[in-house]
Design a protein around this ligand. Structure first.
Ligand SMILES: *Cc1c(COP(=O)(O)O)cnc(C)c1O
Length: 364
């Protein structure tokens, strides 16, 4: 089965072949219950055990302690953009601060403004979103409600280094496109969230890891579904959860643990894949340009262009003939983008690199 093998899409992303095989079987009948996963009740003992396992697997992979609640929600990361200021922007004290470093953090910054006063702690727009600030050097009010940033800018291909210092304010990160790609110093964060469809599974579920002290700040009177406490109190089973998406996510966490060997091993693989692609692109010299400035190059998303739309389109076509798909850049930026999520294999990256070199040689 190679349906997914050379998928470099920005999202939904590739999934591991063994996960797809188990999913195919589970759609017909789960080995444990004999029923299709698509018809499993969210009130069944099977589902309760599944959510528990998903949580435990995430806790083990991330090294999370009991001070953090783990929730599975719907609405994607875009709903988190709205819920975070609704829940955590206090009436008293300084407003939340936002790092605007690209398309997705820009969306988060805009959404917050509809809910609360908020400050922009850093804005990379004038520099074309090609570089990132150092989080601990930002001028953030010491009593800011929180500091929000996007750890990996999926569209522009910019990635913050792993953050492991004292944050200037309670730190909230959207890790939608690099969650579980490397070890994270979780105890530096007040909250981490990531939807599944880039690195963890299919669309429909969003993981939110929240420090319990943050829950005490939530104002009363929010609609229940928009109040993080509801999801914590009901074990992510307040209303019908996305059973199928949580099932596939659980398979992905088992794959990370058993086949990959944890997040440090995943990071080594991801680093090799990114190094291989960047060195191929660098070797093409003037023929290509990479959007991100070198220190902030993302290991997950590589945004680049042959410098002209016709050439980019010709490469997408040439790649497609070799079974390589998903290389179109995000609609807001154009150009090309190769996404190297966890499930993208090293041989797949080698195939892409060969196609790039061959294409550039033919045009030279
Ligand atoms: C794709 C993406 C989003 C959008 O997520 P939805 O689940 O579609 O709302 C948000 N943040 C980041 C970093 C993304 O890459």
């Amino acid at each position: 089965m190679t349906s997914n093998a050379l998928n470099f899409s920005g999202g939904p992303g590739a999934l591991p072949e063994t996960v797809l095989e188990q999913t195919r079987e589970a759609i017909v009948a789960l080995p444990e219950t004999g029923l299709s996963v698509l018809g499993m009740s969210h009130r069944s003992a099977w589902f309760k055990a599944l959510v528990d396992e998903a949580e435990q697997n995430l806790r083990a992979l991330l090294g999370l302690d009991r001070d953090y609640a783990v929730t599975f929600q719907q609405g994607g990361s875009s709903l988190q953009f709205a819920m975070i200021p609704m829940n955590f922007a206090r009436d008293a004290g300084a407003p939340p601060e936002y790092v605007t470093s690209g398309y997705w953090s820009g969306r988060a910054t805009q959404e917050a403004a509809k809910v609360t006063a908020r400050r922009v702690a850093w804005d990379g727009r004038a520099m074309g979103y090609r570089q990132l600030p150092s989080l601990d050097a930002l001028d953030v009010a010491p009593d800011a409600a929180y500091l929000h940033y996007v750890s990996n800018e999926t569209v522009e291909g910019l990635q913050f280094p792993v953050f492991d210092s004292a944050p200037p304010a309670p730190l909230i990160a959207d890790m939608s496109s690099d969650f579980l790609a490397q070890p994270i110093a979780c105890n530096r964060y007040a909250m981490i969230y990531a939807h599944a469809q880039k690195n963890l599974g299919p669309a429909g579920v969003t993981v939110a890891v929240i420090h319990r002290s943050l829950l005490e700040r939530i104002p009363d009177g929010l609609p229940a579904i928009l109040d993080f406490r509801t999801h914590v109190a009901h074990g992510s089973n307040y209303n019908t959860p996305p059973v199928f998406a949580i099932y596939v996510l659980t398979l992905v966490t088992r794959w990370l643990r058993d086949e990959i060997g944890g997040l440090a091993a995943m990071q080594r693989i991801n680093a090799r894949k990114a190094a291989r692609l960047y060195s191929t692109l660098d070797a093409l010299g003037e023929a290509v340009s990479i959007h991100a400035h070198t220190p902030w190059r993302s290991q997950m998303n590589v945004a680049f262009t042959f410098g002209d739309r016709r050439l980019d389109e010709a490469f997408v076509e040439a790649a497609r003939e070799q079974g390589i798909v998903g290389l179109e850049g995000h609609r807001s930026l154009g150009g090309l983008r190769a996404s190297l999520y966890n499930a993208v294999t090293e041989p797949a990256v080698d195939t892409l690199c060969e196609a790039l070199t061959e294409f550039a040689l033919q045009r030279a």
